[in-house]
Ligand binder design. Structure first.
Ligand SMILES: Cc1ncc(COP(=O)(O)O)c(C=O)c1O
Length: 463
């Protein structure tokens, strides 16, 4: 079969008139290979990387199909496997089945979200889905949003819009306020915006990892004395190290009083806001000007899938629209390359849409609730006399043995990560305020209570 395929030039691209039998054969084989890899996860563990893995580059002649399939297998067998129940290190859950299909369809479509004429149905789909999300979190009819490749880019889109809205486009005195527990990518955002770390004001957090409102007030007063111009305050809805939620109500009131743009980084917890799940601190989200929601991080929409939702779409249009002189536009339809940083963009919205349509609200809630249940189970079971627990209302827990000296946290967490990895449990060890922590992210739907008990036993941390 391989020779036959490779000798046939029409295999380069799908046929526009034939039956595409060869493509179907290849797709079936690729699906088979992928599903076999999923099934082998139990045996191989979450991270079976072999240091001698070779990256073979293109040769003068194209390779035969058999070679390529063998290389695909090697690639898979040396990859992080999110479906393994011990994959508990990061915000990278198993892929939703209908999202995998959505990615396949999006790749085959090869439409471009830059412009309506290059993606008519998908443009309307993205617009409608963003609006649906925006309405779900309580925004009004002027709202909407734009998809982007990841939380960092969604946040960046928001901050650029906020700065433009404040008329501070090129002002070197403009500052952004975030909590000291906010994600590290805000440093990157500030740099990309032509500013530096002096333009990033860090607000202290309380003992629950939430932005300290008194410190926020003090910092605002200090900024005004120093004549610094604030273009936005970021409230984090789910911090990376412990899943804390900043006090959104109080921050939004301050923003209203002082006419400051409120951006909510809901990369981790924002998705909860479209459900009826009761989470402490998850209210008043609709008081924000913009909200990042990143469904790739918890419900398993395949990467990348992130949305920036804005209370008023005109803020994105005013900030990013340049005109697209080489594109034929249609009246009343926005070319979606004109409302965000990215130009050409794949039809990522399909995997989000299919994933959500397949789950329905009940399925979405079930996945989210199960992650909280796992977190509660872990916290219930871990020995509180011996461990210091850092967690919030979401599904992330960082922990350390009580009394461990700061200088010993590096080696303790490294040893534990190695020990756990040998037993096929992958945890992370974020460095945070001078210490390393052992962190578990309980968003993996394949992880059950007996896995958690086994993990605690390995750590000798059972209650
Ligand atoms: C709270 C928070 N915001 C933003 C990001 C950045 O998201 P991404 O990696 O999708 O760009 C992360 C990543 O983990 C995060 O935890």
């Amino acid at each position: 079969m391989a020779e036959d395929l490779i000798n046939n030039k029409d295999i380069y691209f799908p046929s526009y008139s034939g039956t595409n039998e060869k493509l179907i054969t290849l797709l079936n084989r690729a699906s088979q290979t992928l599903c076999e890899w999923f099934s082998k996860a139990d045996k191989n563990g979450p991270l079976p990387f072999d240091e001698s893995f070779k990256c073979i580059m293109p040769a003068e002649d194209g390779n035969p199909v058999e070679d390529l399939f063998s290389e695909i297998e090697t690639l898979l067998n040396n990859s992080f496997n999110p479906v393994h129940p011990g994959s508990l290190a990061h915000l990278d859950p198993p892929p939703l089945i209908f999202s995998i299909l959505g990615d396949l369809i999006a790749a085959g479509l090869n439409n471009n979200l830059l412009a309506y004429e290059l993606s008519p149905s998908v443009t309307l789909l993205e617009e409608s889905l963003c609006k649906w999300f925006a309405k779900k979190i309580g925004f009004n009819d002027f709202s909407g949003g734009i998809a982007a490749s990841g939380g960092t880019l969604s946040n960046l889109n928001a901050l650029i819009a906020a700065r433009n809205n404040a008329g501070l486009g090129t002002n070197p005195n403009s500052v952004l306020l975030v909590s000291e527990d906010a994600h590290s990518s805000f440093v990157k955002c500030i740099r990309v915006m032509g500013l530096d770390t002096t333009n990033l004001v860090r607000i202290k957090t309380d003992n629950q990892g939430r932005m300290d409102i008194n410190d926020l007030r003090k910092s605002l007063d200090k900024c005004s004395i120093e004549n610094k111009k604030i273009f936005a305050i970021v409230a984090t809805l789910g911090t990376t190290v412990r899943g804390a939620i900043d006090p959104i109500k109080e921050i939004s009131e301050i923003c209203k009083q002082r006419n400051i743009w409120l951006h909510i980084d809901g990369s981790i917890g924002g998705i909860f806001a479209i459900t009826s799940i009761q989470i402490d601190g998850l209210n008043n989200i609709n008081q924000a000007n913009s909200v990042t929601i990143n469904p790739q991080k918890i419900i398993g929409i395949t990467k990348t899938s992130s949305l920036l939702l804005v209370s008023n779409m005109s803020s994105l249009e005013k900030t990013f629209s340049t005109g697209l002189p080489y594109i034929t536009s249609k009246e009343n339809i926005i070319n979606r390359g004109e409302i965000g940083i990215q130009g050409s963009r794949p039809a990522e919205v399909i995997k989000l849409w299919l994933g959500l349509r397949f789950l329905g609200m009940k399925g979405i809630e079930e996945i989210l609730k199960s992650s909280i249940k796992r977190k509660d189970f872990f916290i219930n079971k871990i020995c509180k006399n011996r461990f210091e627990i850092y967690s919030g209302p979401l599904h992330i827990i960082s922990f350390l043995p009580k009394g461990l000296k700061e200088k010993d946290t590096d080696s303790w967490t490294q040893n534990k990560v190695n020990e756990l990895m040998k037993k096929n449990f992958m945890l992370s060890r974020p460095k945070f305020k001078g210490k390393h922590y052992l962190r578990i992210v309980l968003g993996n739907y394949n992880t059950n209570e007996s896995h958690i008990e086994e993990l605690l036993k390995i750590l000798d941390a059972n209650q």
